[in-house]
Design a protein around this ligand. Structure first.
Ligand code: GLC
Length: 503
């Protein structure tokens, strides 16, 4: 029935979005909004603490009782993004994409990357690639062998909190030191101008393929003296100080690198997405659709910087989200990112748990000092808890009691913690899907499009991809089947080299 209405809408020229909206509203009339089951077992503490296998299997099969506590009872409603909400976000994001293409200084920067060609697979040569912007900094040697083959080796270096929040000069000197060490260890000559691609995954207003100024920091970086400055100049200066003769050919955002690398083997790739420490997307746009860029022919990859999307009347922000935002180094910025990406998900869960404890609705009101420390509840813990399918949630217990030092957890407590993770993780996945649906709609590729996705959240967070797919289906109906979401790997290394080769 729904399919019929959909095709009726499409074939009679009723706009696709209107058809999709109608389908969503139909579905919502007949279904509950998408929520996750909230069946906390009301088992007396005492019988829980005895916790033998027999007991636990009895607990697991006992019919659910209603949720206790008022805060708990409100969680589903606060954290669930319904289909119609997703639909609204999609429509609004599409209009924001268009605004960003029109003018500078809009909410979404929509930055032309100056990557106007996609690779053919025939590119060859040895390149250096740098990757700065996530948890680690990497130096890579990339060997483009032609015929679509790439060989690569790399070294990872940890970026300390001091470096992240120190001066720009310290950061770029550190980078140059790492490059010097890597070249020494790998016998790469640094006196004959080897070409380098620099993946710098922050909002950079590009003015050429190898020029661009940082507009603002994100993801906890605050190095002084960099905002408003050309980051390639800063890197070049650091290389010059160390006598490294290296030719910086390309400045690349990780999303652009991801798109380009995936397109190397799958030409249907029009969108590259990062779901990791931060989140962002790039896509292929026709030049004549970018009034602010003043070029009529061809296409260019646009770095959307969608992490900055922020429409308070549409985004489902809770008091926890607002509170976390207030305490970041970039308040009121990167709000979409703060709902979705790995840097923040664990912190959202931690804030909710702390409030549940305060309300006496979790751990009998007893938390732990560790739980009170901001960012102490890592997003990786959420993955671990969501992956815990044991009858007694034993791994969750170990994490809560042994790692986070919560004195004593009941099975009920662990179910609640798991459910909070599910709610926060699902909300992130559904919002990511809304971003993708908006981009696919913007470029009118609802008939066939590959979306290359990289980043720790997409790769390691259990069920994230499936939850995104469910949401995409709710938004786009049957058309969602034409959107292929694929795990991409190492666009930041290989992509930078490919783009340097194209440059
Ligand atoms: C942040 C940066 C963006 C980057 C993303 C993913 O949102 O602003 O440039 O692509 O993180 O790393």
């Amino acid at each position: 029935m729904n399919n019929l209405i959909f095709w009726f809408g499409v074939s009679t020229g009723i706009s696709l979005v209107a058809t999709v909206q109608y389908l969503v509203s139909l579905r919502e009339q007949h279904q509950q909004p998408t929520t996750i089951s909230t069946s906390y077992k009301n088992v007396p503490e005492k019988s829980q603490k005895q916790s033998n296998e027999k007991n636990l299997s009895a607990v697991a099969t006992r019919p659910s009782s209603p949720i206790r506590g008022t805060l708990l009872a409100s969680l589903d409603q606060q954290l669930t993004v319904t289909s119609s909400k997703l639909q609204k976000i999609v429509l609004h994001m599409v209009s924001e994409f268009k605004k960003g293409l029109q003018n500078d200084n809009e909410q979404l920067a929509m930055i032309p990357s100056y990557v106007v060609n996609r690779p053919t697979g025939k590119e060859t040569g040895v390149y250096l690639a740098l990757d700065l912007g996530g948890t680690n900094f990497r130096v890579c040697r990339v060997n483009l062998e032609g015929y679509g083959n790439i060989r690569m080796n790399h070294a990872k270096y940890t970026i300390s909190e001091e470096l992240k929040t120190g001066t720009g000069a310290q950061m770029f000197d550190f980078i140059a030191d790492c490059v010097a060490a890597f070249c020494r260890d790998n016998n790469i000559p640094t006196d004959n101008h080897i070409s380098l691609g620099f993946t710098f995954s922050f909002p950079v207003l590009q003015t050429a393929i190898n020029k661009g100024t940082l507009t603002h920091w994100s993801k906890g970086f605050t190095c002084s003296g960099v905002v408003g400055v050309d980051v390639v100049d800063l890197l070049q200066l650091a290389f010059d100080k160390k006598g490294l003769k290296i030719n910086i050919k390309a400045l690349v955002n990780d999303t652009v690198g991801t798109l380009v690398t995936h397109a190397y083997t799958d030409p249907q790739t029009y969108i590259g997405v990062i779901l990791g420490t931060g989140t962002n997307a790039a896509y292929v746009e026709k030049s004549h659709n970018i009034p602010k860029w003043n070029r009529d022919d061809g296409e260019v990859i646009i770095n959307t910087e969608w992490g900055a999307y922020n429409e308070p009347s549409i985004l489902p922000l809770t008091t926890w989200d607002r509170n976390i935002d207030r305490h970041t180094s970039n308040p009121k910025q990167q709000i979409f990112e703060k709902l979705i990406s790995g840097l923040y998900l664990g912190e959202i869960v931690r804030n909710i748990l702390v409030d549940l404890i305060k309300a006496g609705e979790l751990f009998s009101g007893n938390g732990s000092p560790a739980l009170n420390i901001p960012y102490q509840f890592d997003t990786a813990y959420m993955s671990r808890i969501e992956r815990d399918h044991s009858l007694s949630l034993s791994d969750t217990r170990q994490l809560l009691e042994d790692v986070l030092n919560v004195p004593n957890t009941s099975y009920d407590d662990r179910r609640i913690v798991k459910h909070v993770c599910e709610l926060v993780g699902t909300r992130a996945a559904r919002l990511s899907a809304a971003g993708i649906a908006a981009l696919v709609t913007k470029i009118n590729r609802l008939d066939a499009c590959t979306v290359a996705i990289d980043g720790s959240v997409y790769e390691h967070y259990p069920h994230f991809g499936n939850r995104m797919r469910d949401a995409l289906q709710e938004i786009l109906g049957i058309t969602a089947q034409n959107i292929v979401m694929e795990q991409a790997r190492d666009g930041s290394g290989q992509g930078a080299a490919l783009i340097a080769a194209l440059a």
